[in-house]
Design a protein around this ligand. Structure first.
Ligand SMILES: NC(=O)c1ccc[n+]([C@@H]2O[C@H](COP(=O)([O-])OP(=O)(O)OC[C@H]3O[C@@H](n4cnc5c(N)ncnc54)[C@H](O)[C@@H]3O)[C@@H](O)[C@H]2O)c1
Length: 258
């Protein structure tokens, strides 16, 4: 088991990629704090871990914590819950994210409202920053650990009508590199993963034509599965990735190779 005796925290673990990461961590022996703004989804993930569904049966424990990642106090509470309930924190995945600030915000840059811009930055970029600054002291106290931030192919290239998201994901890649340098000699590794388009609820607003366009951007000719991202996150958080820090790791069906 890759995470035996470890305690892990996953944000946005009530759906999609975050849920699969939480299930993979649990399957590999970790106690998992499932954090999400959506209590229904988060409790469902915990129930699946407890039920041993999707191979999650080997985890010694799971706990749901309701949090909004844009709120620094919620990060403090989530990390405190991990330490209080399971004794320490060794692993974190900053995954929670949104595509746009409101449904009508998929528009060219000059038409994006300041409010929609701010919400995406608050959740995706500041949410990751608040996560890192709260999780790292706990990892140091535990003697070291690993953090994976979920970026995107749109952390490397642009996209039409998604400028707040693209900026937030580029920011996550930079933040990952900076954090990795600050703690490289203290046993804390920090990496980013870059999913291509993954078939999760975040794409639910996309029309059939938009989905077809997304598929066409991947040389493999399909969207990815959330479990395919979870496998990479799991590996990066395990001791098998002991010399990896500050990296951007794509899992994108060849999207960036074009
Ligand atoms: N699906 C894709 O195509 C894709 C591609 C690249 C990157 N990503 C990234 O992967 C991550 C997960 O996305 P997903 O596809 O699983 O989406 P999803 O919508 O299925 O899951 C996102 C989860 O985050 C939670 N969340 C949203 N805002 C939150 C907040 N303020 N505080 C706490 N939790 C919050 C939601 O409740 C939900 O459970 C995101 O960061 C997203 O940008 C997704």
């Amino acid at each position: 088991m890759l995470l035996k005796d470890k305690v892990a925290l996953v944000t946005g673990a009530g759906s999609g990629i975050g849920r699969e990461v939480a299930l993979a961590f649990a399957r590999e022996g970790a106690c998992v704090v499932v954090a999400d703004v959506d209590a229904t989804g988060g409790e469902e993930t915990v129930a699946r871990i407890h039920a041993g569904a999707d191979g999650g049966g080997s985890s010694p424990g799971a706990l749901f914590v309701r949090m909004d990642v844009s709120d620094p106090a919620d990060h403090e509470a989530a990390v405190a819950s991990a330490v209080q309930r399971f004794g320490a924190l060794h692993v974190a995945c900053n995954n929670a994210g949104i595509a746009r600030g409101s449904p009508e915000a998929a528009v060219p840059l000059a038409q994006i409202s300041a409010r929609d811009w701010q919400r995406v930055i608050d959740v995706n970029l500041s949410g990751t920053f608040h996560g890192l600054r709260t999780q790292i002291p706990a990892l140091l106290a535990a003697g070291g650990g690993a953090i994976v931030n979920v970026a995107s192919v749109l952390g490397q290239v642009g996209n039409l009508s998604l400028s707040p998201y693209v900026a937030s994901k580029h920011g996550i890649v930079g933040l990952t590199r900076a954090a990795a340098l600050d703690y490289a000699q203290q046993g804390v590794r920090v990496n980013a993963v870059g999913p291509g388009y993954i078939d999760t609820p975040i794409l639910s607003a996309a029309s059939a034509e938009a989905r077809a366009r997304m598929v066409a951007q991947h040389p493999m000719g399909r969207l990815g599965g959330a479990g395919e991202i979870a496998e990479l996150v799991l590996w990066l958080c395990s001791e098998r990735a002991s010399f990896c820090t500050g990296g951007y790791y794509p899992a994108d069906g060849g999207f960036l190779a074009r």
